[in-house]
Design a protein around this ligand. Structure first.
Ligand code: DQA
Length: 146
């Protein structure tokens, strides 16, 4: 099974960025933990982070035919990007939306997501562990969709 992890803008700043909201782990720490989990589950995990919407869109397009499930934290694009939503729908790859913080307890503009209604599922508010929960969910997606 091939799983793609995508992280949107400013998540390269994890560790330094508002640690009260996003925790003290860097993105590299999170990816390393997830790689270890993927290896022990016989899953191939690839990762891409970008601050540019078009780069995330191109990565999603390139996933077609190679990737079985996507785990995505669209970050601020969650609340703005019809283009990223359309990219995910265009490749018909099931995806899981992750947020480190509980966006529903924050500013009203973070309450709406352009992704949640078309996601296989959403994991919100558990910090870095959310990525691990998402990987477990992604591995079990074929079962849960039957
Ligand atoms: C975030 C929540 C978004 O509202 C914010 O713009 C982010 C991170 C999260 O993981 O909690 O950049 O996606």
């Amino acid at each position: 099974m091939n799983i793609l992890l995508l992280n949107g803008p400013n998540l390269n700043m994890l560790g330094q960025r508002e640690p009260d909201k996003y925790g003290s782990q860097t993105l590299q720490d999170i990816v390393d933990d997830l790689q270890a989990q993927a290896e022990s589950s016989d899953v191939t995990l690839s990762h891409f982070q970008s601050n540019a919407e078009h780069e995330l869109i191109d990565c999603i397009h390139n996933a077609m035919g190679n990737i079985d499930a996507i785990i995505i934290n669209p970050a601020a694009f969650t609340h703005t990007s019809v283009a990223l939503r359309d990219a995910l729908l265009s490749v018909s790859i099931p995806f899981i939306e992750v947020h480190l913080s509980n966006v529903h307890g924050r500013e009203p503009f973070r309450h709406h997501s352009y992704f949640s209604d078309v996601a296989a599922g959403v994991i919100v508010g558990f910090g870095a562990i959310g990525y691990s929960l998402a990987l477990t969910a992604a591995i079990n997606l074929p079962k849960s969709q039957n």
